[in-house]
Structures are given as structure tokens and as C-alpha cells.
Design a binder for this molecule. Structure first.
Ligand code: HEC
Ligand code: HEC
Length: 242
């Protein structure tokens, strides 16, 4: 009887693990592209498309001076959507005017491959160096005010957390990771959502939020987010750790 109970529990446990991982991969796919081809494109470019690492950095953590985002570790679904949106001119790159041409220069399969490679790329990146940016004369917000905006919102504004998760750690497949993203990029995108020059968000969700933000709110939220720690006390794993 005792042995029977143990084996039933074991079967239930194993079945549970399989169902959960099958569900997770269906809901939040890590990407099914060819990682080798993705890496080759990232490091060497392809045809007329330059190597991605020349702007997004060897480790894919982006570059504040160039205004490029971190790509490593972002959800596959989100990276692919952005590349498809650039390819279809639903999102315009108004920072360096290259991403639309880059995305169009890759085949749909290439775009899948490079998104798969980047989503799986694990890096240790602590966020933009805010002191260095201040020393260069860039306006940097206050992290404590940013934290309250991101985690709690205000009477007129839903907390960023309600969609992007605690510390901006993201909620796949739709809501991108914005924690440990580049400061300059966060600021530029929030301003683009606000003035409508970026408008590829489902149901205008981000534009509605950004229209309620002042310059100060944007700087504060970006200052907090770039260094936000996604691991809360007593919870070392993010809900969607990968
Ligand atoms: C000449 C510089 C440059 C090169 C080369 C480049 N990018 Fe970009 N990329 C940018 C800039 C600038 C942005 C931000 C655009 C904006 O401000 O809207 C960007 C944005 C992106 C985004 C959107 C990310 C997000 O969080 O929304 C993705 C994905 C991306 N690039 C992938 C790639 C890939 C893949 C390659 C190589 C095939 C590549 N980039 C090559 C400059 C570059
Ligand atoms: C109602 C849900 C919702 C709320 C609340 C929200 N966002 Fe977003 N946000 C989105 C969605 C959806 C996207 C992805 C749009 C797309 O597909 O390009 C996004 C994208 C972004 C991006 C671009 C990320 C990238 O890599 O390109 C930034 C930055 C951002 N949000 C910041 C914020 C901040 C800061 C707040 C709080 C002030 C906030 N968001 C609140 C839904 C939301």
C-alpha cells in the first residue's frame, strides 16, 4: 500500500512537470530558429546587413552613446515581433534609421534565427552606468521616485508593474523585459510612445500610458529600471526564468 502511494505520487509529479513545461513552451516559446545561423548573423551580418554587434555590442547589452537597446535575454516572441514590425514599416527606427533596412535585408527565417539566438543569450549586465551618463551632461532621473512610479503608479497612472512585472522583469509573450535595459533607450522609447512616433503597441497601450508621463517621470522611471533588481527578497527565481 505504502509503495503504491509513493509510485502514484511519483507518476503524478512527473506528469505535472511534463504538462507544465509543455504548456510553458507553447505559451512562451524560447524560439525554434537555428541558433548557429542566428549567431553568424549577429557577429558577421549577412549580405548588405551589417553585423548586429557593431551597434548592439558584442554581448548584446546595447550602447547608451548609440541609443541602442539591450537584446540579450529578451523574450523571443518580443524580439521577433519587433523585427517583423521593422520589416513591415509598422515601427520606424528614428534613432539611427537602420533597423528597417536591416530587418528587410533578412529573410523571415533569418529573423527567427537571430531572435532565437538572442533570447537564449545569457549575460551579466548591471544596467547603464548612471554616474558616467551624468558626467557626460545627460539628465538622469531619481531612482526612488522612479521606483514608486514603476511599482505602484499613481491615481491617474497604472503601475508599469501591472503589465511589465515586478522590477520590469517582463511577462511573456507580449510584455517585454524593461528592467536592466539601457537608460538612454528607455528614455527615447518613452518619448516616442508619448509623441506617437512609435506606434506598434497592441491597442495603443503604451501610447496611452506615455501620454501621462512628464519628462521628469520618464527620467525617473528609466533611472530605476536600468538598475532594477528582478530578484525580490526570498524569491531568487523570476516567474519565467529562462
Ligand atoms: C547601425 C546600428 C545598428 C545595427 C547594425 C543594428 N541595429 Fe538594431 N537597433 C539599432 C537602433 C538605433 C535601435 C533602436 C531604434 C529606435 O530607437 O526605435 C535598434 C533596435 C533593435 C531592436 C528592437 C529591440 C527592442 O527592445 O524593441 C531589435 C530587435 C534589433 N535592433 C535587432 C537587431 C539585429 C538582429 C541586428 C542585426 C541584423 C541589428 N539590430 C543591427 C541600431 C542598430
Ligand atoms: C497596459 C499595459 C502596459 C503598461 C501599464 C505599461 N506598458 Fe510598457 N509596454 C506595453 C506593451 C504591450 C509593450 C510592447 C509594445 C510592442 O509590442 O512593441 C510595451 C513596451 C514598452 C517599452 C519598449 C520596450 C522595448 O524594448 O522596445 C518601454 C520602454 C515601456 N513599455 C515602458 C513602460 C513604463 C516605464 C511603464 C510605466 C510608466 C509602462 N511601460 C507601462 C504595455 C504596458
Amino acid at each position: 500500500m505504502r509503495r503504491y502511494l509513493i509510485s502514484v505520487t511519483a507518476v503524478a509529479f512527473v506528469a505535472g512537470v511534463f504538462t507544465t513545461s509543455a504548456m510553458a513552451s507553447a505559451q512562451f516559446p524560447k524560439g525554434d530558429g537555428n541558433v548557429q545561423n542566428g549567431q553568424a548573423i549577429y557577429e558577421n551580418g549577412k549580405g548588405d546587413v551589417p553585423a548586429c554587434n557593431s551597434c548592439h555590442g558584442a554581448d548584446g547589452s546595447g550602447d547608451d552613446a548609440l541609443g541602442t537597446p539591450r537584446l540579450s535575454g529578451q523574450w523571443f516572441t518580443f524580439l521577433l515581433k519587433q523585427l517583423e514590425d521593422f520589416a513591415a514599416d509598422k515601427r520606424m527606427d528614428t534613432t539611427m534609421f537602420v533597423m528597417n533596412a536591416n530587418a528587410k535585408g533578412l529573410s523571415p527565417q533569418d529573423r527567427r534565427d537571430v531572435a532565437t539566438y538572442l533570447a537564449a543569450k545569457k549575460i551579466e549586465f548591471k544596467g547603464s552606468n548612471l554616474q558616467e551618463l551624468k558626467d557626460q551632461g545627460i539628465e538622469v532621473g531619481a531612482t526612488n521616485f522612479g521606483k514608486s512610479l514603476v511599482e505602484f503608479g499613481s491615481v491617474q497612472l497604472s503601475a508599469c508593474k501591472s503589465c511589465h512585472g515586478y522590477a520590469g522583469r517582463g511577462a511573456p509573450p507580449v510584455y517585454p523585459i524593461i528592467g536592466k535595459q539601457r537608460y538612454t533607450y528607455l528614455v527615447s522609447q518613452l518619448k516616442k510612445w508619448r509623441d506617437g512616433s512609435r506606434a506598434n503597441d497592441p491597442m495603443g497601450q503604451m501610447q496611452a500610458i506615455a501620454r501621462k508621463l512628464s519628462d521628469e517621470d520618464i527620467n525617473n522611471a528609466a533611472a530605476y529600471l536600468t538598475s532594477a533588481n528582478p530578484y525580490s527578497v526570498g524569491n531568487v527565481a523570476t516567474p519565467y526564468d529562462h
